[in-house]
Design a binder for this molecule. Structure first.
Ligand code: ARG
Ligand code: ZN
Length: 881
């Protein structure tokens, strides 16, 4: 384990490497306990570098056997093992040379799941960000690009399949039951994109012809017998490949594209060149085991990893500070892909919900960092919602500023100019400026300043002069290391909605630049006048959630209701309805805490019911309209002195009122949402199921009875229709006979499908209330849980900590103490999983005092442990700072 070193890496310290590696030839002699790795690098000193400069290579848990230069073993005094790598001295000054390093690793004992490890008998690798150094000694940084040739030797029986990046150029027999394969990847790449897989797997095959006529073999490798479950992933892959050609003019560039599904994986998936490795959760699906949400995730993640082939692989990152260069951009691309495959407004609602649920709290807490951080202690901790999701939002804003054509021109120039290079955010932005002439000088602060900007708005309507005035004040909250912020360029799509629902077309706008329907805020405070407005308009601001900001705008409930009914942009309708619901919920929480009874503005219920009834809207949208902000959303909105029990009670009360008010209509609507025939994962059918479930939730509350859920559970013939009533029963009627029976039935039916058992674990872990902790402990003792499998840990402990506000934040602090125990227990075997679990504590300071004290004690106990990984040390220190 890499333990804390206290080293902080700074963006401003970047230096090119002294040595250039042109080619890497690897030979793996695979063995679970002793895998020999022979690495031969073709190296040159960078022009201008002193002939005495040593070659420094990274290494972590690699046992060195020998080092030779041009076939000559190096003198012992020239080879120094530094604890985190090698320092080689007395190397040739001018000429290129060949450096051969022989070393050993033990895949079987690699519990961190970084580097080369074994999962269910399959050898697999994960190198991003710094895993390659756990395979062999190497300058393990993304700006060292080389052409790789990989020879794999292994037992034929246990590993008939030998895969690496690129094209297979040779296979053969070695006698004594061993065989080999050689793979060559012609595209220079950084070490983090290296991959190797060896084992015994089944395959689903297909093919794809690119726009220019290249035939590509497509292969998805899964556990034997599960091949059919890869069909949706394959379909998603082919649609992704076509889409990237049509939308961005990007073609695939090898003769084969492979995906391997593994069951022990720290993250979602990995874009290794030509050989993506996936968490099996994001590959395997059929109607019996996967929900609509699973299908949507598979589609999005298959696309994401595929799109990395251009944004990440062909053009990679100069250093890890630039992570958003590939991640933010690729998330933006996968968002656009899903929007084109499904419903654009519904997709956008889901994105915004996710952004607010994960990124906003990160940006508002102790772990806040810029989209492009300028310092880090442990890079693994920067695969965050800020880098990914806010990074994507920043790219979306560039597209908003430049328009579709301008954005495409900038992207074309980027691909053209930087293909084969390791680039920076500056390089990226320069392409858009050079292609369009647009000045992104102020805009680029979005990459450097952390914290969610706040825009405060007030408006005045003067009927006499027909002038509508809107005043804006922007600010960016202080974040760790950034007390003072500069003024940002915030693009806001807007509309002025008239009483009849049509849109005002002012004769003039002064006080801010407006391009099409985008208002540009570029000063700390700005007053904008709209003249020639025919009647009092309602300002619809930040349509499409154009800018990822918090808007403080005391819009009257009647105005929000007006937008919710009349906005032409469906996303804006949802946004208004959501803001309205939030207002009511926050008031309800205050009442609840003061000991009063919660009452609900009848106009909110009416507006929600009217939206549900609106046949012009697609069912998926209506489902979103009915979904109230979650408990964590409400907590974020309140901001401090949080009492999760009060939030829960108030929200449940509001939900019940809406259910009772709408009961008759909801019941009628539910009957119209049948999806006859065999299950199909398409977006329209999924939308009907989602809507039906939203209705069922309200109706069950109105009835105060689990009867509907029991019935739905019994009738279900697919995982979506089965898991929704299961959740409803477990969360709303946990004491009922039906809940226990459903959980038992579910377990019995799926006990040998761990991915489905994860749903069973999560359903129980997220059941509200203090008693759930004991249930979680009990489940940890059961046969289905294992601390060594990241999916199980996330499904049970992760779901409890992140998705159960009342259970985790128990007033007695037992939830925090439990999490601390688990973080410490898991850290020794898998620091990345432990560190990720610990981030669920990030909002601890916003809790009410009693809980805050308990949370601090738990964090301090972790901080005081005498052996922590650098990952957990980094998170705990920042969380407490
Ligand atoms: N590049 C991968 C992806 O976004 C994720 C790698 C995550 N690595 C990590 N150390 N967390 O698809
Ligand atoms: Zn990615």
């Amino acid at each position: 384990m890499r333990t804390e070193t206290g080293t902080t890496f700074q963006l401003s310290d970047y230096r090119e490497s002294d040595f250039i590696v042109d080619a890497v030839d690897l030979t793996f002699r695979l063995d679970p306990e002793r895998t020999e790795v022979v690495s031969t690098l073709t190296v040159r000193r960078r022009p201008g570098v002193s002939p005495d400069a040593p070659f420094v290579l990274d290494g972590d848990e690699v046992e060195l056997k020998s080092v030779s230069v041009d076939g000559q073993t190096m003198a012992e005094e020239d080879v120094a093992e530094t604890g985190n790598g090698l320092r080689l001295s007395n190397l040739p000054g001018q000429a290129a040379f060949s450096l051969t390093i022989t070393s050993e690793i033990a895949p079987e004992r690699n519990t961190q799941l970084m580097g080369l490890y074994r999962s269910s008998g399959v050898y697999t690798t994960q190198c991003e960000a710094e895993g390659f150094r756990r395979i062999t000694f190497f300058p393990d940084r993304p700006d060292v690009l080389a052409v790789y040739t990989t020879r794999i030797e292994a037992d034929r029986e246990s590993a008939p399949l030998l895969l690496a990046n690129g094209n297979c150029i040779e296979t053969g027999d070695l006698g004594e039951g061993r065989h080999y394969a050689v793979w060559h990847d012609p595209h220079p790449k950084p070490s983090y994109l290296f991959a190797l897989v060896a084992g015994d797997l089944g395959v689903l095959e297909d093919d794809f012809t690119t726009a220019s006529g290249r035939e590509v073999a497509l292969k998805i490798y899964v556990e034997h017998g599960k091949e059919a479950r890869a069909a949706y992933a394959m379909d998603s892959l082919k649609r992704s490949m076509r889409w990237d050609e049509e939308r961005f003019g990007r073609e695939y560039d090898l003769d084969i594209f492979m995906i391997v599904a593994v069951s022990d994986f720290n993250m979602g998936a990995m874009e290794n060149k030509g050989l993506n490795v996936f968490n099996d959760k994001y590959v395997l699906a059929d109607p019996e085991i996967a929900t609509d949400a699973d299908y949507a995730n598979i589609e999005a993640i298959i696309a994401h990893e595929y799109f990395h082939n251009w944004t990440g692989n062909r053009i990679t990152c100069r250093d890890w500070f630039q992570l958003c260069l590939k991640e933010g951009l690729t998330v933006y691309r996968d968002h656009e892909f899903s929007a084109d495959q499904r419903s654009r407004p519904v997709k956008r609602i889901a994105e915004v919900r996710l952004l607010k649920a994960h990124q906003f709290p990160e940006d508002a807490g102790p772990l806040a960092h810029p989209v492009r951080p300028d310092r880090y202690r442990e890079i693994s901790n920067f695969y965050t919602a800020t880098v990914y999701e806010k990074g994507s939002e920043v790219v979306r804003m560039i597209a908003t500023l430049l328009g579709e054509d301008g954005f495409r021109k900038g992207m074309d120039l980027y691909f053209d100019r930087h293909d084969g290079e390791a680039a920076t955010i500056e390089d990226f932005l320069a392409c858009f400026e050079d292609a369009t002439g647009f000045d992104l000088g102020q805009f680029r602060l979005w990459y450097d300043q952390a914290g969610t900007p706040v825009v405060s708005v007030s408006t005045v309507w003067d009927p006499g002069s027909r002038r509508f005035t809107a005043s804006f004040e922007q600010s960016v909250p202080a974040t760790p290391g950034q007390a003072k912020k500069d003024v940002m360029h915030i693009p806001l799509r807007f509309g002025l909605v008239l009483p009849d629902g049509s849109e005002a077309e002012p004769t003039s706008v002064t006080g801010a630049r407006v391009t099409d329907d985008v208002l540009h805020l570029t000063q700390r405070s700005q007053t904008v006048q709209f003249d020639g407005v025919s009647a009092r308009p309602v300002l619809s601001l930040n349509r499409g959630f154009c800018a990822p900001i918090n808007v403080h705008f005391e819009q009257a409930p009647a105005d929000l209701a007006h937008l919710a009914r009349h906005e032409s942009d469906p996303f804006a309708r949802w946004q208004a309805l959501n803001a309205y619901a939030m207002r009511v919920l926050v008031e309800a929480v205050a009442k609840e805490r003061a000991g009063g009874t919660v009452d609900v503005d009848p106009a909110l219920a009416e507006t929600m019911i009217a939206t549900a009834e609106d046949e012009t809207l697609e069912p998926a949208f209506r489902a979103q309209a009915l979904a109230l902000p979650g408990e964590n959303d409400i907590a974020r909105e309140i901001g401090n002195d949080i009492d999760p029990d009060a939030i829960f009670a108030a929200r449940r009360a509001v939900q019940t009122v809406i259910g009772k008010t709408g009961a008759e209509i909801f019941a009628r609507l539910a009957d119209t949402m049948e999806t006859p025939g065999a299950y199909s994962p398409d977006a329209a059918s999924a939308g009907k199921r989602a809507f039906r479930h939203a209705l069922m939730t309200y109706l069950s509350l109105a009835d105060a009875s689990p009867a509907r859920a029991n019935e739905a559970f019994a009738a279900a013939d697919n995982m979506t229709d089965l898991s929704q009533p299961l959740l409803l029963l477990a969360h709303f009627f946990p004491e009922s006979e039906g809940a226990n029976a459903a959980l038992a039935t579910f377990e019995e039916r799926f006990h040998d499908t761990p991915l489905v058992i994860d749903k069973w674990l999560s359903a129980q872990a997220t059941a509200p209330g203090a008693a759930t902790l004991e249930r979680v402990r009990m489940l940890m003792e059961g046969e289905h849980f294992s601390r060594s499998n990241p999916n199980r840990v996330r499904a049970l402990i992760g779901a409890f900590a992140a998705g159960n506000p009342t259970g985790f934040n128990r007033a007695d602090g037992a939830g925090f103490a439990f999490l601390a125990d688990e973080v410490l227990a898991i850290d020794g075997r898998n620091p990345q999983v432990a560190a990720r679990l610990l981030t669920t504590m990030r909002s601890w300071r916003s809790l009410e005092e009693g809980r805050r004290r308990h949370a601090r004690a738990a964090l301090e106990r972790i901080a005081a442990a005498d052996k922590l990984s650098s990952d957990v040390r980094d998170i705990v220190d920042r969380t407490l700072a």
